[in-house]
Write a protein that binds this ligand. Structure first.
Ligand SMILES: [Zn+2]
Length: 344
C-alpha cells in the first residue's frame, strides 16, 4: 500500500551541477577544480583503459594529483572500506564508470565525508544523483533507453507513494518524467543509429540527457513501480543474468503496462519504440524461449516481495496478476513482432 505513514511533505533532490558533452572528459579539470586538486579516482580496470587514462592525463596537465583506486567490480562494505583507505589524503572522490562504480564512489565519498563527482561512462543505469560531469562512450545504448523509458511509466503510478528521498513527488519530477519519455519516443531511434555509427548528433545529445539526467532525477524523485520490481524478480532465472539492467526493465515495463490495463493503442507506442531500438519484450528476445510457468511464478513471487517497488502503485497487485501480466507481455509482444514483419 502506498504511503502507509501518510507523509504529506513533497521532496525533490538533484545534483548541484550536471555537465554533458562530447568533450566533457577532456575539459573535466575546469569543472572539477572547485572540488579540489587531489581526487581519489574510482574506476574498474576496463573503464580505466577506455576513459580513465585520458581523464588522469587531462587532470594532471592542470596540476591535479590523482590517486587511483581500482574498483574490483562488486560493491560491498569491505570494498568501500578498502577504497576509502586509499583516499585518506584526497580532497574529493571521482566515480568513473557504470552503476556499481557510481554507487561505490558515492559510498566511499560519504565515508570520507568528501564531495563526489560522478562521470558515467554508460547511461545504461539510472543511478541516482549527484552526477557531474558526464561524458560517455556508449551513452545512447538501447539498455540505457530501456531503463529511461520506464521512468515515466513507473513514476506516473507512484503519485501517492514516497520517492527515494522519503517524500511525495513534486510537479517538477512529473514534468521531468514526461519530458524523458517525449524525447525517447521522438529521438530514441535516431540516437540509437547515431550511437551505432559512433557520431554525436542533436538527437543523440537529447537522448543522453534523457537517459542520464532526466531518468536519474525522474526515478529518484518520482518513484519506481512494477517494471523494476519485475526486473528484480528476474533474478530468479539464472539464464537472464547476462542481460543488462535496462533490457530486463524494458520487459518489465511492458508487463507493467499490461498489469494496469493500458489500452492497446497506447501499449503499442511503447512496443514500437522498443522494437525500433532492439529492446526485448518477448521470452525469445530475452533468450529464455523455454521458460516454464513454474519459473515465471518464482519471478512473480519475488516481484511481489514485501518492500518491493510494486507496492508503490495503487493498482491491485497479486502474484497471480503479475504472473499473468508477464505471460501476456510475451504473447502480446510476439503478436506485435509478427505483425510488424520485422525479422529478429
Ligand atoms: Zn533502473
Amino acid at each position: 500500500m502506498p504511503n502507509p505513514k501518510q507523509i504529506t511533505e513533497r521532496y525533490f533532490q538533484s545534483p548541484s551541477k550536471y555537465i554533458q558533452g562530447p568533450a566533457a572528459i577532456k575539459n573535466a579539470a575546469q569543472y572539477l577544480e572547485k572540488l579540489g586538486k587531489k581526487p581519489l579516482l574510482t574506476c574498474d580496470s576496463i573503464v580505466y583503459n577506455i576513459a580513465g587514462k585520458n581523464l588522469i592525463t587531462a587532470l594532471e596537465t592542470h596540476g591535479f594529483q590523482v590517486t587511483r583506486a581500482e574498483f574490483a567490480g562488486e560493491t560491498s562494505g569491505k570494498e568501500i572500506d578498502r577504497l576509502a583507505d586509499l583516499g585518506k589524503n584526497s580532497d574529493f572522490v571521482i566515480g568513473l564508470g557504470g552503476g556499481k562504480t557510481m554507487d561505490t564512489a558515492k559510498a566511499v565519498a560519504s565515508k570520507l565525508n568528501l564531495a563526489v563527482a560522478i562521470l558515467p561512462t554508460t547511461a545504461s543505469t539510472d543511478a541516482p544523483a549527484p552526477r557531474s560531469p558526464s561524458s560517455t562512450p556508449r551513452p545512447a545504448s538501447s539498455s540505457g533507453m530501456g531503463d529511461a523509458i520506464a521512468t515515466n511509466v513507473e513514476a506516473r503510478l507512484c503519485k501517492s507513494s514516497l520517492n527515494f528521498g522519503g517524500g511525495l513527488p513534486t510537479e517538477v519530477a512529473t514534468a521531468i518524467g514526461n519530458k524523458c519519455e517525449e524525447i525517447l519516443l521522438a529521438f530514441g531511434k535516431q540516437a540509437y543509429e547515431a550511437n551505432k555509427a559512433q557520431v554525436v548528433t542533436p538527437a543523440f545529445e537529447k537522448v543522453v540527457e534523457a537517459n542520464t539526467l532526466m531518468s536519474g532525477l525522474g526515478f529518484e524523485s518520482g518513484g519506481l513501480a512494477a517494471a523494476h520490481a519485475i526486473h528484480n524478480g528476474f533474478t530468479a532465472i539464472p539464464g537472464l543474468h547476462h542481460l543488462l539492467h535496462g533490457e530486463k526493465v524494458a520487459f518489465g515495463t511492458v508487463a507493467q503496462l499490461i498489469l494496469v490495463g493500458t489500452p492497446t493503442a497506447e501499449l503499442e507506442v511503447y512496443l514500437a519504440f522498443m522494437l525500433s531500438v532492439d529492446l526485448p519484450f518477448t521470452f525469445a528476445q530475452l533468450g529464455i524461449p523455454e521458460v516454464t510457468n513454474e519459473e515465471l511464478r518464482r519471478v512473480a513471487t519475488l516481484s511481489c516481495a514485501p518492500g518491493e517497488t510494486i507496492w508503490n502503485m495503487e493498482d491491485p497487485v497479486t502474484e497471480e496478476l503479475v504472473f499473468g501480466a508477464i505471460k501476456a507481455a510475451d504473447a502480446v509482444g510476439r503478436e506485435f513482432i509478427a505483425r510488424s514483419g520485422k525479422k529478429l
